[in-house]
Write a protein of this length. Structure first.
Length: 327
């Protein structure tokens, strides 16, 4: 009897431990980008809990968010499709389960007064975070302008320091995303954006990427997270609730709501249906995530961000978005 009781107790303990593991919150590291601060709306409104999933949002600066993911401190992280490849090449394999948006002007090359176009940057200095998305944006723009990277001098600059560097006069232009590029425009009267992501829609997609282990063990929970996304997008699209949503996002970012509202058009939030389309499209152009990621992969290898070309398709899983759309 005692043996049976012990076996029963051990079975109960094992079941309890399993329940505890499965009940652990999904930890998502996120940072200041409108497509990602939007997740705060769902957290504050209790939508994740209503969907039956426990989500713990962890706030970071962008670079540290990827470092936290690489260190195994979270299940998922919000990144650009290009930086997902960088993170994976560094050993932190990841799979995009949701495309939140694409940059539609919130990534900018900002020139000093007198710099009217990218062609004016020939022989000039550009402050930029080497190997990051603004570097890719700059090269994309230079190519269209008939220039190459050798026509400018790149000055390695952390993105959050670009406003100060532009204001100091050390460079003729900077590359940054909001709110940093907005701060740069404020800091230098007469400065202007000479090229933005609106000139290359789809060059920079943004996503929630998950560890393969977490996705395998908690796919049902991640599906619930993905389903909540359409509710967030609808809340921000509705004139009756948009202002409240932006207030929540702005508070999370520590920015004035009116200022944050001005950033919104520069981020094209994607519904699940739109996200499914760009995830399942297999063309090499910017209208598909795989096409955009191939461009980012080539950029990363060419610029020594990592040595080995990545299997781009292995970083994408459209099935959760597709399943989330099923009634």
């Amino acid at each position: 009897m005692r043996l049976r009781n012990l076996i029963a107790l051990l079975a109960v303990a094992a079941a309890s431990a399993t329940a505890t593991v499965s009940a652990a919150p999904l930890k998502i590291a996120f940072s200041d980008w409108p497509g990602w601060t939007a997740l705060e709306i769902a957290a504050q409104k209790g939508w994740f809990k209503e969907a039956g999933v426990d989500v713990d949002l962890l706030w970071f600066e962008y670079g540290p968010s990827m470092e936290a993911f690489t260190a195994g401190k979270c299940d998922a992280v919000t990144v650009t499709n290009g930086d997902a490849l960088v993170t994976g090449a560094g050993g932190a394999k990841n799979i995009a389960v949701l495309i939140t948006d694409y940059s539609n002007g919130n990534d900018m090359i900002v020139g000093q007064p007198g710099i009217k176009s990218l062609k004016d940057l020939k022989g000039k200095k550009v402050g930029i975070e080497i190997g990051f998305v603004e570097h890719l944006l700059l090269l994309n723009g230079l190519k269209k302008a008939g220039l190459t990277e050798s026509d400018v001098t790149l000055v390695p600059t952390p993105t959050n320091q670009t406003p100060q560097v532009l204001a100091s006069g050390q460079v003729d232009a900077i590359g940054a995303w909001q709110p940093n590029c907005g701060a740069a425009l404020k800091a230098v009267p007469g400065s202007k954006p000479v090229y933005t992501s609106a000139d290359a829609p789809g060059l920079i997609y943004d996503a929630i990427v998950v560890t393969p282990q977490s996705l395998a063990q908690h796919r049902a929970e991640w599906l619930k997270v993905v389903k909540v996304w359409d509710k967030i997008v609808a809340y921000l699209a509705d004139p009756k609730t948009r202002e409240d949503g932006i207030k929540i996002m702005a508070a999370r970012a520590g920015v004035d709501p009116k200022e944050y509202a001005a950033f919104m058009p520069g981020t094209r939030l994607l519904t699940l249906e739109e996200g499914a389309k760009v995830l399942t499209t297999k063309t090499d152009g910017l209208d598909s995530v795989i096409g955009s990621s191939k461009i980012a992969n080539e950029f990363n290898v060419k610029n020594g961000v990592y040595k080995e070309s990545q299997d781009v398709g292995g970083y994408l899983d459209a099935s959760l978005t597709v399943d989330a759309l099923k009634k």
